[in-house]
Design a protein around this ligand. Structure first.
Ligand code: FAD
Length: 545
């Protein structure tokens, strides 16, 4: 296995070149999908960088910053898009009309300050770039080449150190550009973990998580990055903001809350003190089957209101169970609940046992051998739940899914997800109306297709449903087709009382719906903050504010 430093990022698709699907794997995926969708599928070869033609770089960095800046095609193409389905399709088609002029790679905070000073005084847009896993157009310079004399993508991944650990308070000061595996590698020898695992963990950063208010894969309790942050240090064009380390504070509005979710439009997060956890030792898991998705969601509601706080509590409908957990015995219309508990402090058997009693009240059953308990010993072993069974299968597919998506793009298949959150009282109607709206759009736009649903998070007062779409694309028209499906989904979500995004952020893509969701007064307050912190309007223009 190559070391991380030697691995090369895929410039058009997900992750790393050495982990991309091979041509043989894509061919076999194409055959499987053709069977499922009842269409012909002819996989295309992966794109070649030498066939990409980029508009010329228009700017020269000053001598002091030149060593940090790159203008080669690979770096500019890689930083042109995030990694939504739409981004991957455009990368695959070698469509790069608005790449950044330069990609800057600051090595420390002073570099970040100098880069923002240069962009500010030159009238260049500066787009913070962490792992580039945005799925909402958060790192894309669409429309900016026309309005700014230069566009600089500020890649923060060289700011990747855990700088300090406070064992007593169990917290660490971590640089904003650290990718998930990079920061966990530095915490592991201390027996500690941030324990924040979004699906994009492999190529997303602490600063990106904070800037987008990301959600990890744990279903309840400590899973939002917002709850894990103790203080933040943010470089803005008009000064550095650093909040005080405190376990809690009632001193006025929270400075961290101003920057959490600001998506690079108010400042660049260079460091944060993060609350850590001991690495878990005891684990338990079970795959619970339900005859109906409604019964499963009632059981998850009861679980989320029970105070048991399972680490994993994903409800998957039958289609999701098949594709994402390889579980084929869920009846049509039924559901699988992937249930997991873990602790660094105590065995979790009693918690799992009580949870199974509770779900049984809603008709939940667990096949023989599907309840697993594990003790990894004092050192702790991994990052997730008891491996094996439905949870192990689900976890494997979860991590691999974005690579598979690249393969599906090569097969011309429309494959994308969208997500929301709503209170429990609204969920049944939201699920029905969103499914109906998307199925109608699929029938009209693609002549058919699949929409499936799972819960990513469960709260005492509501849930976060996550929808996946798989449909045959018309060669060349896939993006227009997806735009129609996405618009139908977004309208149905808002009409049913959901949010336009639970954890995928706003970016440029969700802006029209976000404006409708956001209180008008709050929008004006945000605009005033932007004027104060970024008077020249150079930081990630058009995003959030
Ligand atoms: C396959 C896939 C799975 C995903 N799964 C999840 C998931 O499970 N949970 C989830 O929440 N999201 C998920 N996402 C979305 C995405 O990974 C998150 O939004 C993530 O937090 C982005 O982190 P990043 O470092 O890649 O940021 P980027 O994509 O580089 O940037 C995202 C936004 O944050 C800004 N930004 C980045 N770094 C900084 C910084 N240091 N300071 C200020 N602003 C900054 C950027 O300007 C941009 O607006 C997924 C995306 C993909 C493609």
């Amino acid at each position: 296995m190559r070391s991380r430093a030697e691995r090369r990022r895929n410039w058009w698709g997900w992750g790393y070149d050495d982990a991309a699907m091979t041509d043989e794997q894509v061919a076999s995926l194409g055959r499987a999908v053709a069977d499922r969708l009842g269409t012909e599928v002819t996989p295309a070869p992966a794109p070649r960088l030498e066939d990409v033609s980029l508009p010329a770089c228009r700017i020269d960095p000053p001598a002091a910053l030149a060593p940090l800046c790159r203008d080669d095609d690979r770096d500019r193409a890689l930083h042109t898009y995030g990694r939504s389905y739409r981004d991957v399709v455009r990368g695959f088609r070698r469509e790069h009309p608005h790449p950044p002029d330069l990609v800057a790679h600051p090595e420390n905070e002073a570099d970040v300050v100098a880069l923002l000073d240069w962009c500010g005084s030159s009238g260049y847009a500066a787009l913070p770039f962490g792992g580039g896993s945005s799925v909402v157009g958060g790192v894309e310079a669409v429309g900016l080449r026309e309005r700014y004399a230069g566009v600089v993508s500020v890649d923060l991944t060289a700011l990747d150190r855990v700088l300090e650990i406070d064992r007593v308070s169990r917290a660490a000061r971590i640089q904003g550009g650290a990718l998930g595996p990079v920061l966990e590698d530095q915490l592991r020898p201390e027996g500690l973990t941030l324990r924040h695992f979004p699906q994009s963990f492999e190529v997303s950063t602490l600063g990106g998580w904070l800037a987008t208010r990301s959600g990890g894969h744990f279903a309840t309790l400590y899973t939002h990055i917002d709850d894990l942050v103790e203080s933040m240090r943010v470089v803005t064009p008009t000064g550095i903001s650093e909040s005080r380390r405190l376990p809690g504070s009632g001193a006025g509005p929270s400075p961290d809350r101003l920057f959490l979710g600001s998506e690079g439009s108010l400042g660049i997060i260079t460091e944060a003190w993060m609350r850590l956890q001991d690495r878990p030792r005891w684990r338990g898991s079970a795959g619970v089957r339900f005859d109906s998705f409604a019964a499963g969601s009632e059981a998850v509601r009861a679980l989320s209101q029970s105070g048991l706080f399972p680490t994993n509590c994903r409800l998957l409908d039958a289609g999701e169970a098949l594709v994402n957990a390889g579980v084929a015995d869920v009846v049509d219309g039924g559901a699988l609940c992937v249930l997991g508990f873990e602790s660094a402090d105590h065995p979790v058997g009693p918690w799992l046992e009580r949870a199974l009693e509770l779900v049984a009240d809603y008709g939940g059953t667990v096949p023989e051998g599907e309840v697993r308990l594990r003790d990894d010993g004092a050192a702790g072993a991994g990052s997730g739940g008891a491996r094996g069974g439905a949870e192990g299968a689900w976890r494997g597919a979860f991590v691999r899914a974005p690579y598979t998506r690249d393969g599906l793009v090569r097969c011309g298949v429309i494959v994308e997800t969208f997500e929301t959150a709503c209170t429990w009282d609204r969920f049944p109607a939201l699920h029905a109306s969103v499914t109906e709206a998307v199925e109608a759009a699929l029938a009209e736009v693609c002549g058919g297709g699949w929409v499936t649903c799972r819960f990513t998070h469960a709260y005492p007062d509501g849930c976060a449903p996550y929808f996946s779409v798989l449909a045959p694309g018309r060669p060349g028209d896939e993006l227009a087709q997806w735009a129609e499906i996405k618009a139908a989904a977004a309208e149905a979500l808002l009409a049913a009382g959901g949010t336009i995004t639970h954890h995928h952020a706003v970016g440029r893509d969700h802006d029209p719906w976000y404006r409708r969701q956001r209180p008008e007064v709050f929008g004006r307050a945000l605009a005033a903050a932007k004027r104060e912190l970024d008077p020249a309007g150079i930081l990630n223009p058009d995003v959030v504010i």
